[in-house]
Design a protein around this ligand. Structure first.
Ligand SMILES: CC(C)(COP(=O)(O)OP(=O)(O)OC[C@H]1O[C@@H](n2cnc3c(N)ncnc32)[C@H](O)[C@@H]1OP(=O)(O)O)[C@@H](O)C(=O)NCCC(=O)NCCS
Length: 185
């Protein structure tokens, strides 16, 4: 799978990304709001995650799209955007993402999300995309609102960050294909 936007190439994760994954993920500012990224983040963590992504990319039907965000101008991995738990019968999937701190605040994730929502709704024909974020995660919650994800509830003490060990409440949101289509006009 490969999506091209103005500044980005969204593509499969490769073994050669390991160094850049470690460089960007070994940062508590990135991992404190993530579920499964340990801190410190070492080469072996990246290697086993890359192996898992490659394995998942070959599954049929494919349930997990973990994609590298590559910046065209640097020709290197700078972050991840994923559609996971894709269930063709249910018509649902879950979006997730992170970006190296050096690249924050430039609209990069907005650009990536726009492309992945189009992929999910048009190519995978999903009916609904799920989003969840720790309640404290201002950037993720702001992004969800910007893309029209509807707040559907707050789960108490629902998730734990691997990096910090802290337990968080999380906000649940969803976007339906008809809501997404309305925003395209
Ligand atoms: C969340 C994250 C991917 C945002 O990436 P980004 O490329 O900086 O996001 P954008 O530049 O596209 O900004 C998106 C919107 O969020 C808002 N935003 C970004 N950072 C913010 C912050 N720290 N506080 C409040 N709002 C913020 C911006 O105002 C922007 O809205 P606008 O386009 O209307 O101005 C990045 O901060 C990150 O990787 N964080 C750590 C990992 C993480 O939290 N992942 C999500 C887990 S649910």
């Amino acid at each position: 799978m490969r999506l091209v936007t103005r500044r980005l190439i969204i593509r499969e994760i490769k073994k050669s990304d390991v160094k850049d994954i470690v460089r960007n993920a070994n940062n508590l500012n990135v991992s404190r709001y993530l579920l499964k990224v340990p801190y410190p983040y070492r080469r072996r963590d990246a290697e086993s995650w890359v192996a898992m992504c490659i394995k998942e990319s070959k599954e049929k039907p494919r349930a997990n799209y973990q994609m590298a965000i590559e910046l065209k101008s640097e020709k290197r991995f700078i972050g991840v955007i994923s559609l996971t738990h894709v269930d063709r019968f249910q018509g649902t999937g879950r979006i997730g993402f992170w970006l190296g701190e050096d690249y924050w605040g430039q609209g990069i994730m907005s650009e990536a999300i726009e492309a992945v929502l189009k992929f999910g709704f048009e190519k995978l024909k999903l009916r609904r995309i799920n989003w969840n974020a720790f309640v404290e995660n201002k950037a993720s919650n702001a992004l969800a609102r910007k893309f029209g994800f509807v707040f559907e509830g707050r789960r108490r003490k629902s998730l734990r960050s691997k990096a910090t060990g802290r337990v968080h409440d999380d906000n649940l949101r969803g976007l339906l294909i008809e809501e997404w289509k309305k925003k395209q006009r």
